[in-house]
Design a protein. Structure first.
Length: 327
């Protein structure tokens, strides 16, 4: 299905140098932000207190969030957990305050004017009953292990993608695709560092998802380039790449547009819990389209891809007929 079709190929390669200069500047800005500002690690990585609270009635997340904000702990997450009656609260580490003191302050703030029953870790009665089910402390060491595991997962994904592209296409496509996709990942991390948005496990999951999502577009364009080398015998490399990109624009608009609509709905209506996850996906999808079309393809050309790299000459069954086959 195509929404539109161009009569002529768009001259993307004519402006390839301009696009890549923009990419280099953006990439260096992201590296600078990571080096000098650093990521604002959330509770998952920096450590903190996790409390599970059960209400007798379906909990009002907005009211609970307002009560938690009165503690002045900074970044805090409040979300439903399992059932509408259960709430999960995550608080960062507070200097000079023990885990027990943090949980006590939290429970007191949520209970408000309800009478406390310290023996049962509960307050109120009947429909107003609130019960503190569990409190756990996540130390910085656990967060460091999570970060190292996430970094290892990122490396393994990169190695797997390069191996796949090298086997399916050619090493030039593998190198170009990985450089383009790492361009997306670094820009996501750089923006999170520059604006000091919280970097947590959902954001890490979104970053890994974008790495796989972006390579899908790169594979589509690479496959069309390989097909064009077989069909467009007299065309130059630039014309072949321009045709490959132009012929996939409609498909790109449909697939990425549909995905972006869904992600934007999470960003706008998903609430605080999904906000940074959806934000990372939004940035990644937008830059993923740009890098697959205007970073990966020029890199393939500059790495010297040619028809001989992708189209192997057919071997004749009869050696005497070899002279009749044109190269």
């Amino acid at each position: 299905m195509e929404f539109f079709r161009f009569q002529r190929d768009l001259p993307f390669m004519k402006y390839a140098l301009t696009f890549n200069v923009i990419s280099v500047i953006t990439f260096l800005f992201a590296v600078w932000a990571l080096a000098f500002r650093g990521l604002n690690f959330g509770i998952d990585f920096a450590g903190g207190t996790v409390a599970e609270i059960r209400f007798a009635q379906p909990a009002n997340v907005t009211e609970v969030r307002k009560a938690v904000e009165t503690l002045g702990t900074g970044e805090a997450f409040v979300q439903n957990f399992g059932t509408p009656n259960d709430i999960l609260v995550r608080l960062p580490i507070i200097q000079g305050v023990t885990n027990a003191q943090t949980s006590e302050r939290l429970f007191t703030a949520i209970c408000g004017a309800r009478p406390l029953n310290e023996a049962k870790n509960a307050c109120g009665d009947g429909a107003d009953r609130i019960e503190l089910k569990r409190v756990e402390f996540v130390g910085p060491q656990v967060g460091r292990e999570l970060f190292e595991s996430g970094a290892l997962a990122l490396v393994l994904v990169i190695v797997g993608i390069m191996a796949y592209l090298s086997l399916r296409f050619e090493w030039r496509f593998a190198v170009a695709a990985i450089l383009a996709n790492l361009h997306d990942v670094v820009i996501i991390l750089g923006l999170f560092a520059f604006f000091q948005w919280e970097f947590n496990l959902p954001v890490l999951a979104a970053t890994l998802a974008i790495l796989g999502y972006s390579v899908n577009e790169s594979v589509v364009i690479a496959d069309r380039i390989r097909e064009n080398f077989r069909k467009m015998r007299k065309a130059s490399v630039e014309q072949i790449i321009d045709n490959a990109i132009t012929s996939t624009i409609s498909r790109t608009v449909i697939t990425h547009g549909s995905t972006q609509i869904m992600v934007l709905s999470m960003l706008i209506f998903g609430g605080e819990t999904l906000f940074y996850f959806a934000l990372a996906l939004t940035i990644g999808i937008l830059f993923g389209i740009y890098s697959s079309v205007l970073v990966m393809a020029p890199l393939v050309r500059w790495l010297g891809v040619s028809r001989e790299n992708l189209v192997k000459p057919e071997r004749p069954k009869d050696p005497l007929e070899a002279e009749k086959i044109l190269p």
